[in-house]
Write a protein that binds this ligand. Structure first.
Ligand SMILES: Nc1ncnc2c1ncn2[C@@H]1O[C@H](COP(=O)(O)OP(=O)(O)OP(=O)(O)O)[C@@H](O)[C@H]1O
Length: 241
C-alpha cells in the first residue's frame, strides 16, 4: 500500500532517520518500534508531508488516488491542544470534514459515520463533552474516532497505547486489528515491543536506521532487540522481506 525507499529525514544537522526502506501492506497491522528519538515519529510525519525528506521516496499504491485523502494520521496525544474549545462530536466530525474538503457542509451520512465512529471507539456517550474535560484514555479514543470517521485506506498512529489503561489498550488493539482485517494498512508507532509482537502482522524495528522488518517470528530476536534498544546506533541493516 505504501513503500518507503531510502528515506532520510534531517532537522538541520540532526539526522532523525537515515536511508530507511520499509513497506506497509494493505490488510496488515504493522508496528514501528524503537527507543525514544529513534525517528519513528519522523517516519510517520514524512509519510503525511509534515517532515521534509532530504533523500529517498515514498510510493503510494496507484489505486489510492490522492495520498492526502487516503491517509489518516493520529499524532501523539500530548502534541495536540486540548484546550481548543470543541466537543468530542466536533472533533470526530473533523475527520469527515478533512475528507470533504473546505467549503462542503457535512450531510446526514457524515453524521451517521461520525456517530458510528464514536460508538466503535467507545466515546459516543461523551459526544457533547468539551475535549478539555476528558481523561488521557478518553482523549486517545476520541482521536481514534476522528480517524475512523475519516474512513481512510492507510491509518498511521503515533503512540496510541501511551498513557492508556489496560482495558483501553485492549480496545485500541482490537479496533486496529479490525481495521486491518477490513483491508486497510494500519501502522502503529510504539515502544511496546511485546504488545506489538503479540498482536501485529509486521514489525519494523527502527533506531535511526531500519534494524529489521518482517513478521514477529522473523524479527523478534535477541540480536535485533539489542541492536534496536541499545544506546549505540549500529550501522548495519538486517532487512527481511
Ligand atoms: N522538529 C524538530 N526539530 C529538531 N529536531 C527534531 C525535531 N523533531 C524531532 N527531532 C529530533 O529527531 C530525532 C528523532 O525524533 P522522532 O520524534 O522522530 O523520534 P521518535 O522515535 O518518535 O521518539 P519518541 O519515542 O521519543 O517519540 C530526535 O533526536 C529528535 O530530537
Amino acid at each position: 500500500m505504501v513503500e518507503v525507499r531510502g528515506l532520510t529525514v534531517r532537522y538541520g544537522p540532526q539526522v532523525a532517520l537515515e536511508d530507511a526502506s520499509v513497506t506497509f501492506y494493505s490488510g496488515a497491522f504493522s508496528a514501528v518500534i524503537g527507543p525514544n528519538g529513534a525517528g519513528k515519529s519522523s517516519l510517520l510525519k514524512a509519510l503525511v508531508g509534515l517532515a521534509a525528506t532530504s533523500a529517498g521516496e515514498i510510493i503510494f499504491a496507484p489505486q489510492l488516488g490522492r495520498p492526502q485523502s487516503a491517509v489518516a494520521y493520529v499524532p501523539q496525544q500530548q502534541t495536540l491542544d486540548w484546550a481548543f474549545p470543541v466537543t468530542v462530536w466536533d472533533t470526530a466530525m473533523m475527520g469527515r470534514t478533512a475528507r470533504l474538503g473546505w467549503g462542503r457542509w457535512p450531510g446526514k451520512s457524515d453524521r451517521e459515520q461520525v456517530a458510528q465512529a464514536l460508538h466503535k471507539a467507545g466515546v459516543y456517550d461523551l459526544k457533547d463533552r468539551h475535549i478539555g474535560a476528558l481523561s488521557g484514555g478518553q482523549r486517545q479514543r476520541v482521536l481514534l474516532a476522528r480517524m475512523l470517521a475519516r474512513d481512510a485506506r492507510i491509518l498511521l498512529l503515533d503512540e496510541p497505547l501511551t498513557g492508556v489503561d489496560a482495558a483501553t489498550q485492549e480496545r485500541v488493539m482490537a479496533l486496529l486489528r479490525a481495521q486491518a482485517d477490513e483491508g486497510r494498512a494500519v501502522v502503529m508507532v510504539t515502544h511496546d515491543l511485546e504488545a506489538a509482537a503479540g498482536a501485529c502482522d509486521h514489525l519494523a524495528l527502527i533506531n535511526r536506521r531500519v534494524i529489521a522488518q518482517g513478521t514477529p517470528g522473523e524479527v523478534y530476536t535477541p540480536h535485533n532487540i539489542e541492536a534496536t534498544f541499545s544506546s549505540s546506533h549500529l550501522g548495519h541493516t538486517h532487512a527481511h522481506a
